[in-house]
Design a protein. Structure first.
Length: 529
């Protein structure tokens, strides 16, 4: 039985057509995937279906839920439908949750707004719902606040809020994009279990065809604001007809062409060396007169990185990856051990600018790491404060060269960062890292937020830059599939310790440690035809 029927859905914003006649049908009790590259209109289509189009948008077409027309319905009617009959899980749970309210109160709020239960009963049902999504009161009490939870736990809270009233249709918009692969697999299993237990329909929106294909019976592909192909998941993957679908299938298994790492010269010291690095953080005192406990984030971590080599550091969220990156970059002190770059010791308290200039970083969210008020040329030139000896005229030439290196035009130097797409912003972040011609670039989750097609182009770009400039990469990520495509060796962290290390191909083919095996098993793959 058809639960949701969308016919000719259109949306225009500022005179520009964003959605151009979207047609979609979802059966009750089924999982339907909606996939497409960034900017294809997936999220806007979902918002328009719920009557949540941006202010000033003009919409048209028909959206029928169980035979009831939602397009043009009074806002009061839509408010009664949202949460009770149709609910949505958003991509970034930290932004969707109220930081000033406990998670128990936020789940109970859905019940109270729809007058489904009095306050005491709503709180009891909220606690039961949190336990059902894996947040039992013995581990995560309902009195916790969102900032006290991990990313996966916050996403589970968002799911509990969305399913509290057992809606007939659940829309999940990129619910696992920023999560590590193990947590992602757990969230997808949870959603699948809720669909099976409650009989609800699920619309799973993602840019990752492999993630969607593992759950959905049917998949629809969006491009340019319209559905360009739809059908059973296995048939669509085995025989993609539209170029957009073909590109998604190709990007899911893309591996850049990389030259083998150069053989180190005899007796040559490594470019980067970490020896028994230990780092801990203070925790709140359990009571005013108690000693302050400490959380061990890195436990005697040792690694080396040769010139021209790529080494991956992987692990689940909270394993210590980003702590290690900050220590290597000289941004955080360490409690014990030693880190050297080219034989020079890295010490945040006494680190010369010339040593800092030999290392650069590319972060996960390029937009958040740039000042939106500055021009791209000024942003790329920012690292020159570490090299005051470079004259102003040469700086302009280097900025232009860095832009060309990453496939952009020197004319882009005069534009602002908001004028670029996500993939272009990541290219600009790479240009900023290249402008000082460093020996080492630390990439901290640098492609995890990108759609697969853009990710493939960025990985190709990284491989090409390494070949041209002899760069060394320390590639930090949670997805062994991505890290495996760009590295020569991999180090696996768990709870701040290295539990396994070795050549990338060997480690992926035959992981030995249970944590590595879990990471490899959680890599999403397209189903075989």
């Amino acid at each position: 039985m058809t639960l949701l029927s969308v016919r000719g859905l259109t949306l225009a914003l500022g005179g520009r057509e964003i959605l151009a006649g979207v047609d979609l049908e979802i059966e009750a009790g089924t999982v339907t995937g909606l996939v497409g590259a960034s900017g294809s209109g997936k999220s806007l289509a979902a918002l328009a279906m719920m009557g949540l189009a941006p202010e000033g948008a003009a919409t048209g077409g028909s959206v029928r839920l169980g035979g009831q027309e939602l397009q043009g319905a009074p806002e009061a009617d839509l408010c009664r439908i949202r949460g009770r009959d149709i609910a949505m899980i958003f991509q970034e749970p930290l932004a969707a949750l109220d930081p000033l309210r406990t998670i128990g109160d936020q789940v109970a709020e859905t019940l109270l707004i729809h007058r489904a239960a009095p306050r005491a009963e709503a709180r009891a049902r909220a606690a039961r719902m949190l336990a059902r999504v894996g947040l039992g009161p013995d581990q995560v009490p309902p009195g916790r606040y969102p900032h006290e939870l991990s990313g996966g736990q916050r996403q589970r809270v968002a799911i509990a809020m969305a399913v509290a009233l057992r809606p007939r249709l659940l829309i999940a918009d990129e619910p696992t994009t920023a999560l590590d692969v193990v947590t992602q697999a757990g969230i997808l299993r949870l959603l699948g279990g809720l669909v099976a237990a409650e009989g609800m329909a699920l619309l799973l929106i993602s840019h990752d065809l492999a993630v969607v294909a593992g759950m959905a019976g049917r998949v629809a592909v969006m491009e340019g604001g319209r559905i360009v192909e739809a059908g059973p998941a296995r048939d669509l993957i085995a025989r993609p007809a539209h170029p957009a679908t073909q590109a998604l299938v190709s990007a899911a298994g893309h591996r850049p062409a990389r030259a083998a790492a150069p053989a180190p010269e005899p007796d040559a010291p490594p470019l980067l060396e970490c020896r028994a690095v230990t780092r801990s953080y203070p925790l709140p005192r359990p009571h005013p007169f108690a000693l302050r406990p400490r959380q061990l984030a890195l436990d005697r971590v040792s690694l080396t990185l040769a010139r021209g080599e790529s080494v991956g550091v992987v692990g689940a969220s909270g394993s210590g990856k980003s702590t290690l990156a900050r220590a290597i970059l000289g941004l955080d002190p360490i409690d014990a051990g030693e880190i050297t770059l080219g034989g020079a010791r890295i010490d945040p308290a006494r680190m010369p600018r010339a040593l800092r200039a030999r290392m650069q970083a590319v972060f996960q969210d390029p937009y958040a790491s740039f000042d939106p008020r500055q021009s791209v040329g000024r942003l790329i030139a920012e690292p020159f404060h570490l090299a005051p000896e470079v004259p102003a005229a040469e700086r302009q030439d280097r900025v232009a060269e860095a832009l060309r290196d990453v496939g952009l035009s020197p004319d882009d130097a005069g534009r602002r960062i908001h004028a670029f797409s996500g993939g272009q912003r990541q290219r600009i972040a790479l240009a900023r890292a290249l402008v000082l011609r460093p020996d080492l670039i630390v990439l901290d989750e640098a492609v995890s937020a990108l759609d697969l097609a853009v990710r493939a182009r960025i990985l190709d770009l990284l491989a090409g830059l390494q070949a041209r400039h002899g760069l060394s990469y320390l590639f930090i990520g949670h997805d062994l599939g991505v890290v495996g495509a760009i590295t020569d060796r991999v180090i696996v962290l768990e709870a701040g310790r290295i539990v396994e290390a070795g050549p990338t191909a060997q480690l992926l083919a035959a992981p030995e440690h249970p944590h590595t095996q879990a990471l490899v098993a959680a890599i999403p793959h397209l189903p075989r035809p």
